[in-house]
Write a protein that binds this ligand. Structure first.
Ligand code: ADP
Length: 270
């Protein structure tokens, strides 16, 4: 069958016996294809800003006696280098997550800190576009994981919620805690995602609308990073979305059973 790759080796043992060794190489071939695609995609993604920077540098050089043109083109250079920086940062982040032991510090992590830090970082873009950011629910719960990686995941979800929403809308982070896990939902009223591509958006470099993603400084790697962080925590990510009505991304992370220590710091008790 076309979708199964068997590598067969035949060796003559003696005049009457032949040894046949068949190895299923399907998974190895799939992983090799993913690696090859990633290298092709990353080369393409890097070439675009690098090419643009070279061209812009040349233009600035030629326009040296026109201060207005210099200002305009050097502004574009700043945008392109920020995009390049974000891409390099996310590629490093992703490869770190793919290697073992990516979670540096696993401990009881108060949800409030993760939510507040993520909202603070997303606020600059949101405020500029009059988007209201709010949190609700059981912020006093605690998760078991790595604070920084959980902030990275939530920040990526919040950045997307803001980037794919109209000016003046609202983005809410809702927290629900159960016996064994904590659920954090990022709810937006944005463009939404049609059902047929809802699985694909977690693939590296997949974008529903590449032009819009680039315009907002997107790299196409954010959700792959989120997926890895959640998997490394032994958690789950689910999505509800309807085009034109908005999206809700929900991550489920194992709960930590915590008691507040004397200094106000969370202490793991179970
Ligand atoms: P990007 O850097 O392009 O945002 P992501 O991996 O974070 O990359 O997301 C992949 C794609 O999924 C985006 O390009 C966008 O098309 C879609 N997407 C992600 N989050 C949302 C959202 N909250 N609303 C609508 N579309 C979204």
């Amino acid at each position: 069958r076309g979708d199964v790759l068997l590598q067969v080796r035949v060796a003559q043992v003696d005049s009457r016996h032949v040894l046949v060794l068949a190895e299923d190489r399907t998974e190895a071939r799939r992983l090799e294809a993913i690696r090859r695609d990633f290298v092709v995609n990353i080369s393409h993604e890097l070439k675009t800003p690098v090419g643009a920077l070279a061209l812009l540098a040349e233009t600035v050089h030629d326009a040296a006696d026109d201060p207005e043109a210099v200002r305009r083109f050097s502004g574009r250079m700043q945008q392109e280098s920020a995009r390049l920086g974000a891409l390099v940062h996310e590629v490093i982040e992703l490869s770190r997550l793919q290697s073992a032991g990516a979670l540096a510090q696993v401990q009881a992590v108060p949800v409030r800190g993760v939510v507040e830090e993520s909202i603070d970082r997303a606020r600059t873009t949101a405020t500029g576009r009059n988007i209201r950011l709010a949190s609700a629910g059981d912020l006093d719960a605690a998760m078991y994981g790595d604070h920084n990686m959980l902030v990275t995941a939530l920040r990526n979800l919040l950045d997307n919620a803001v980037n794919y929403s109209a000016d003046g809308s609202a983005v809410t982070v809702g927290v629900r805690s159960a016996q064994d896990f904590v659920e954090i939902s990022v709810v937006d009223q944005g463009v939404g995602i049609s059902r047929d591509v809802q699985d694909r958006i977690f693939e590296r470099f997949y974008r529903v609308d590449p032009a819009r993603s680039r315009e907002t400084g997107g790299t196409g790697l954010g959700l792959s990073i989120v997926k890895h962080v959640v998997a490394d925590h032994g958690g789950e990510i689910t999505i509800w979305s309807q085009p034109g009505q908005g999206s809700t991304f929900t991550v489920k992370i194992p709960a930590a059973h915590v008691a507040a220590g004397a200094a106000g710091r969370a202490t793991l008790v179970a």
